[in-house]
Design a protein around this ligand. Structure first.
Ligand code: SAM
Length: 287
């Protein structure tokens, strides 16, 4: 593909989704966008790019952005964050929110759903007291295709083998046509919503826990900073933010501080040491 065409796609991705395409990724553009061209009845990648140029904003922009996302995920991905959730973060949040009996959790780039389902299984398995609480577990992603799969909660044996303990498979999944379907008791706990992190953020409840894992790495520096800032503003003052293991937000968002829990680092809003811990805030329900 020509340098001009590559730059056109690069600029479109940053503008539409904050995603930064590194130089030398022309092969990725070609392999991901050829099927989009074919589906649109266009004979080549060049024809697709010409079409995008002429039409400006159109339905194909979205398809192109979705096709370029990396949706890699797995159950209990990286293990340690989920141990920290189970043994430290959730017990602490449950203690702090006992007066209101409410928790707000957001998996902010949930891909095909393994991450929010992992959280939902942890809650069900280890914190039965939450059955009497109002727990909102919201899971969102930019890409409609992965969100549709997440909503269905259907996984291949290969996807199951990547991180799901056999005991949880037996308890929370049922076999279905050679695949595995998450049981309704877990599925119904999650609200799946399309959401582009780099566009306008609607009113949201103050989140007790935000999982923003393995998505900022794909963003331009500017998008990374803006998204971190907003996530930090939407966190409850004693809430927690989890990022991917390769992601370090401290230089970009000084309002966050690192908390080390076992083999895992996570983040929370930096506190003035003199200030008392704020009381729990009653969440709104607009997101
Ligand atoms: C690598 S997956 C991470 C999934 C999961 N959080 C994990 O750590 O396993 C990254 C996800 O971010 C989504 N994504 C990329 N850009 C986005 C944006 N601007 N807004 C929301 N989601 C986005 C992609 O569609 C993809 O599903």
């Amino acid at each position: 593909m020509t340098t001009e065409d590559f730059h056109f796609i690069r600029d479109l991705l940053v503008a539409e989704a904050g995603i930064e395409l590194e130089p030398g990724k022309g092969y990725l553009v070609e392999s991901r966008l050829l099927p989009v061209a074919q589906r649109a009845g266009l004979p080549s990648l060049e024809a697709l790019i010409d079409h995008l140029r002429q039409e400006g904003k159109n339905g194909l922009n979205r398809e192109v952005v979705h096709a370029m996302t990396i949706n890699e995920t797995s159950f209990f991905r990286d293990r340690h964050p989920f141990e920290a959730l189970r043994h430290a973060v959730l017990p602490e949040l449950i203690r702090r929110r006992a007066a209101v009996s409410q928790l707000n959790i957001w998996s902010a780039a949930c891909s095909t759903g393994q991450e929010p389902y992992t959280v939902a299984m942890l809650l069900r398995e280890y914190f039965p007291e939450l059955n009497r609480w109002k727990v909102r577990l919201v899971a969102s992603d930019l890409c409609h295709e992965v969100l549709a799969k997440a909503r269905e909660g259907r996984y291949t044996q290969l996807e199951i083998n990547r991180g799901l303990p056999p005991a949880l498979l037996a308890k929370y999944f049922q076999p279905d046509q050679g695949e595995w379907l998450i049981k309704e008791e877990i599925r119904r706990r999650i609200e799946f919503q399309p959401f582009n992190l780099t566009k306008e953020w609607p009113p949201m409840p103050p989140w007790d826990l935000v999982l923003l894992r393995n998505v900022l790495i794909y963003f331009s520096q500017g998008a990374r900073q803006r998204v971190l800032q907003r996530a930090c503003q939407r966190l409850h003052p004693d809430g927690y933010l989890f990022l991917g293991t390769a992601e370090n937000p401290l230089l970009l968002e000084p309002a966050l501080e690192r908390v080390t829990l076992g083999k895992c680092s996570c983040y929370r809003p930096r506190r003035n040491p003199a200030a008392p811990v704020p009381p729990p805030v009653s969440p709104s329900t607009s997101f």
